[in-house]
Design a protein around this ligand. Structure first.
Ligand SMILES: Cc1cc2nc3c(=O)[nH]c(=O)nc-3n(C[C@H](O)[C@H](O)[C@H](O)COP(=O)(O)OP(=O)(O)OC[C@H]3O[C@@H](n4cnc5c(N)ncnc54)[C@H](O)[C@@H]3O)c2cc1C
Length: 405
């Protein structure tokens, strides 16, 4: 049945949701509080559409590894404990999720969502969605430690789609990292993985949606409150907004928005950093690369190289920590010493990954009959946005049902 649906949030998740619901034939209004779309966590992320490498942070051994990282400056994860109940609640659930079993279950859930999303994006692109620097160069994960490389080899799901490589073969696949070969245990190459610019993707989705008469874009601040008969009420800038269904896709903002509803979404903002360099084309990597031990990702987006890294727990604001930024710059210089930025500006950016403790997003109906969630995509929101949007469209159903009455 055709529905009027309000989608709250203009990041990759909200825009993809709006796009999938328009494709399903519904009337959609997207509400975004910022002056434009894609200015939150979706702005300058790592650019990897990492469909096959989806293992979440929560895993057995991670708490011990994290303790080692805490004692080392410039490590991938930093922790600052605060008198913040959100942080303590999230960390307790995160630690409980650090088991082999939960990691296996979460990885399976994420993989199925990611693969669905890859098909979905292919369909959207085939219909003409473009302008976001999409490429399919494959992704290479480089391992320096034997144990981690062996574990990655054992978790290969499909040998056609993921290949274990020797250090020499890693150097052949991506010569820009060839000098690291003597320090490597090996690499895993996923030839079908993709890259794209997440901010341009948001803009492309908005531009395409605005051509659709069933779509409306509203700039305003949304809030939710309980209404009658297990429904909730949506207000935009304080004024009641009438709609059949609401899909909450407001990233980290969803946590505060659901408090008046008596719902505590287990979301926490994990701060990360990115740099956007403009080196000469000859020195640029082409393949998308993850330096596993340093947890740094590299993706070529047009004539720019996006580098993203760092998980800061306990810094839920988007300000730069100069020490962490300096550590990232040092890591990049050490890893790719021949890559000189020719623009003189590495465009530092910081964003908060809206993360659940297990790494699995919250997608589905809430206890309010008119409210659905599409939140908590953490470190993989760009990869998962199209699959998550398709799930929401499945749950709501198409505007018209044909055949069986
Ligand atoms: C450093 C870094 C690197 C990353 N690299 C990758 C990567 O390589 N691959 C990958 O797949 N993922 C990556 N991610 C993760 C990905 O960027 C996020 O998961 C994703 O952007 C989350 O999208 P979102 O739409 O949920 O949130 P957001 O992009 O933050 O969007 C939420 C929107 O909701 C709006 N909003 C909030 N509250 C309200 C309200 N009350 N009313 C109206 N609007 C509201 C906000 O203004 C915002 O625009 C990375 C993240 C970071 C920080």
């Amino acid at each position: 049945m055709k529905q009027r649906i309000a989608v709250i949030g203009g990041g990759v998740i909200g825009l993809s949701t709006a796009y999938a619901l328009i494709r399903a034939g519904h009337d959609v209004t997207l509400v975004e509080r910022n002056e434009d779309v894609g200015l939150g966590a979706s702005y300058a992320n790592g650019g990897q559409l990492s469909y096959r490498y989806v293992s979440p942070l929560a895993d057995a051994g991670v708490p011990r590894q994290a303790l080692r990282w805490m004692l080392k400056s410039g490590s991938p994860v930093s922790l600052r404990l605060r008198a913040d109940p959100n942080q303590w609640r999230w960390m307790f659930s995160f630690l409980s999720a650090c088991t082999h079993k939960t990691n296996r279950q979460s990885t399976a859930a994420l993989l199925s969502l990611a693969l669905r999303g890859q098909d979905e994006l292919a369909a959207w692109r085939a219909e003409g969605l473009d302008g976001f620097m999409w490429r399919q160069p494959g992704k290479l994960v480089l391992y320096r430690q034997d144990a981690a490389f062996r574990k990655a080899m054992f978790s290969i799901h499909d040998a056609k789609l993921e290949r274990a490589l020797s250090p020499a073969d890693c150097a052949k696949i991506e010569p820009a990292f060839a000098h690291l070969a003597p320090d490597l245990a090996g690499g895993i190459f996923s030839p079908e993985d993709e890259v794209a610019d997440s901010h341009l993707f948001c803009k492309a989705l908005k531009a395409s949606l605005l051509c659709e008469p069933r779509f409306r874009y509203v700039q305003g601040n949304s809030s939710l409150a309980p209404d009658t008969e297990n429904r909730c009420e949506l207000k935009v800038d304080g004024r009641r907004f009438t709609t059949d269904l609401i899909v909450l896709a407001a990233g980290l903002g969803a946590r505060d928005m659901t408090i008046p509803l008596g719902i505590h979404l287990p979301l926490y903002g994990l701060k990360g950093y990115s740099l956007t360099l403009r080196p000469s084309p000859e020195t640029m990597p082409s393949v998308s690369v993850t330096d596993y031990d340093n947890r740094v990702v590299y993706a070529r987006l047009g004539d720019a190289l996006r580098v993203a890294a760092m998980v800061d727990i306990g810094a839920e604001d988007a300000t730069f920590n100069p020490t962490r930024l300096a550590s990232l710059r040092t890591l990049v210089k050490r890893t790719l010493p021949h890559i000189a930025d020719e623009s003189g500006n590495d465009n530092p950016w910081t964003g908060l990954r809206p993360a659940t403790p297990t790494g699995v997003p919250i997608i589905g109906r809430s206890r309010y009959t008119n409210l659905l969630f599409n939140v908590g995509h953490g470190a993989l929101g760009f990869t998962l946005c199209t699959g998550s949007a398709a799930r929401i469209a499945d749950i709501i159903g198409p505007a018209e049902t044909y055949g069986v009455q």
